[in-house]
Design a protein around this ligand. Structure first.
Ligand code: FAD
Length: 342
């Protein structure tokens, strides 16, 4: 059988991390090409805060989500502890998730994956006069664009070809590739007509406030302050089914006021930039094999999209699973080719 040709569509966090995992586990005889309409800094992934705090997917069993998070945390923790950390833009960050009402639920499923998870002390809670309860922990943060650029560099070093191309229909790739991996994010709604995929618009501010060192997340995470290497991300909004990519000035003021009420020192923040992104949302990530066929020809497809509000928190775990599905496709191709010889 000729060496399988694999195309990965999408150069956001999910496409890059999936292509990287495929390049790591699949023999070098297989050729890998990354095709994308947009690259960093023009993807949703570039807008995100990049915090590793899982969002829950209602359609995915919790033990699977935990496994994805654990694999992602372990992978990034090792990078944060290496000489690559600053170039890759991966660092540890400590902080608090604060609540006005007593915590009803049991501890979150990810509590034993992050570091030093505990209830906040009464002394710590004095910082938050409007909140009576809280959790303290240390997690990881990915800086974007550096993390995306670091992955792109590693892909090139692994011989992966990278091309700018908008794919109108996956079938258009069938004469050039044997396997296509669909990591198109919200673009998958049009690319494969997935009506279960919808945008949840998020507007954030990136501000200069280098004195803010700890993250602060209010309750379910609608308001948050996430310090990064060069800026602090202030959020946010969750607007279901909104496709609008233009910043809204009223929302900017509202986010700023909410964050200042949590951390009053932000009133002196400077260089306020506003960003908007569309979270590619679904009840569960679509991680699945599919065979497309037309007139006797076939194209093997692996889908990996729909990470919603939590792509950074689980991307390495889903990339591993998608690469495994690609391995299964290669085995199936070998099966077809040996049957054809009989
Ligand atoms: P994208 O980054 O959108 O990439 C999709 C890629 O596919 C792009 O390169 C695009 O050009 C390409 N593409 C699309 N259609 C086509 C086509 N037809 N042909 C060719 N190429 C195509 N997650 C966390 O875990 N932690 C956070 O702190 C966090 N904060 C967030 C804050 C905001 C404001 C937002 C909006 C999101 C946040 N997220 C966070 C979620 C996270 O950003 C997403 O889950 C993740 O970025 C999705 O990555 P993706 O690669 O699927 O999508």
């Amino acid at each position: 059988m000729a060496a399988p040709r694999v195309a990965v569509v999408g150069a956001g966090l999910i496409g890059l991390s999936t292509a990287l995992r495929i390049a790591e586990v699949i023999p070098s005889c297989c050729s890998i090409t990354l095709l994308s309409e947009q690259f960093s800094p023009n993807t949703t992934s570039d807008v995100a805060a990049g915090m590793l705090i899982p969002h829950t997917y209602p359609g995915t069993p919790i033990h699977v989500q935990k496994q994805w998070f654990k694999e992602t945390f372990t992978y990034l923790f090792a990078i944060s502890n290496s000489a690559e950390a600053s170039e890759a833009g991966i660092h540890l960050v400590s902080g608090w998730q604060v609540f006005k009402n007593p915590l009803e639920a049991e501890v979150p499923f990810w509590s034993d994956v992050v570091l030093g998870f505990r209830l906040m002390s009464a002394a710590e809670l004095q910082k938050f006069p409007q909140h009576g309860h809280g959790l303290a922990f240390t997690t990881l943060k990915c800086e974007c664009p550096p993390y995306l650029l670091w992955m792109e560099k590693r892909l090139k070093a692994n011989g992966v070809q990278i091309h700018t191309r908008k794919v109108a229909d996956l079938w258009e790739l069938h004469s050039e590739y044997d396997i296509v991996v669909n990591c198109a994010g919200i673009g998958a709604r049009q690319l494969v007509g997935d009506q279960q995929l919808f945008p949840i618009r998020g507007q954030v501010l990136k501000v200069h406030a280098p004195w803010v060192k700890n993250f602060i997340r209010d309750g379910d995470g609608l308001t948050y302050i996430y310090p990064g290497t060069h800026s602090v991300t202030l959020g946010g909004t969750r607007e279901k089914e909104s496709w609008c990519l233009s910043p809204d000035p009223g929302t900017t003021k509202d986010i700023f006021d909410r964050c200042c009420s949590l951390e009053p020192s932000l009133q002196r923040a400077q260089d306020i930039r506003v960003k908007v992104g569309l979270r590619p949302s679904r009840s569960c990530v679509r991680l699945q094999r599919e065979v497309l066929s037309q007139g006797g020809a076939r194209l093997l497809v692996v889908h990996n999209y729909g990470h919603g509000a939590g792509g950074f928190s689980v991307h390495r775990g889903t990339a591993k699973e998608a690469a495994h599905l690609v391995e299964e496709c290669i085995a199936a191709l070998e099966g077809f080719s040996s049957k054809a010889k009989l």
